[in-house]
Write a protein that binds this ligand. Structure first.
Ligand SMILES: CSCCC(=O)C(=O)COP(=O)(O)O
Ligand SMILES: [Zn+2]
Length: 207
């Protein structure tokens, strides 16, 4: 069903990124979940409830697109938000979900259901983006403890409005993806900074 060496490599990479993301303050405590595609049927994913700054390979398991565990462990509570992406787009190789203060606060106060950004050079950090003159759209979804329902809503949005590069969940965090973990991390880092710019602008406009 999957190659053990691929799994071992993916598990170690997820642990390494967990340390980075925790050290940046984007994955406090047991928040966040991360995954890497193994093949066309399954991915390596963080187990539920683990401290993301202290992950070991034993905290990573394999799930299929229905969210069923193929190795021992308890899959992330948000598994279906990862598998929805892998199932819809075979070019997606990694997904990162984080809870940074900037993303959580901005997503909570942003009034519209889309956050549109333009004019920032850093937009070009997203794959395929070539100019600051384009507008990037990031949808905001209401938080929901029913993850199957939220995953269905995300899928419905993407199938009608386009997949985009990332989305926000209000008061919760962000999901972003890429062809591999390195690209996914680049997208996350760009998104974090772009959201930070937007939050700063909102504060300045209140002065
Ligand atoms: C403690 S944060 C609440 C759960 C959450 O939002 C999250 O990202 C982590 O959930 P998991 O089941 O993947 O540990
Ligand atoms: Zn979360």
């Amino acid at each position: 069903m999957f190659n053990q060496q691929d799994f071992a490599r993916a598990a170690q990479a997820l642990c390494d990124y967990g340390r980075i993301l925790y050290s940046r303050g984007w994955s406090p405590a047991t928040s966040s979940n991360y995954s890497v595609r193994l093949n066309e049927q399954c991915c390596a994913l963080t187990s539920s409830g683990k401290h993301k700054g202290e992950l070991t390979p034993a905290d990573i398991l394999v799930v299929d697109w229905q969210g069923h565990a193929l190795t021992s462990g308890k899959p992330s509570a948000e598994t279906l938000l990862h598998t929805q992406l892998y199932e819809r787009d075979p070019t997606i190789g990694a997904v990162l979900h984080t809870h940074s203060p900037v993303a959580v606060v901005l997503s909570q106060i942003w009034p519209q259901d889309q956050l549109q950004l333009s004019g920032w050079e850093l937009q070009k950090a997203f794959a395929g983006e070539t100019t600051h003159e384009d507008t990037l759209s990031f949808p905001l979804f209401a938080n929901d403890q029913d993850i199957a329902r939220l995953a269905a809503l995300v899928e419905q949005h993407m199938s009608t409005q386009g997949q985009g590069h990332a989305y926000l969940i209000r008061g919760h965090g962000v999901y972003t993806w890429g062809k591999d973990l390195a690209e996914c991390f680049r997208h996350l880092e760009a998104l974090e900074n772009l959201l930070g710019y937007q939050l700063e602008l909102l504060k300045l406009r209140q002065l």
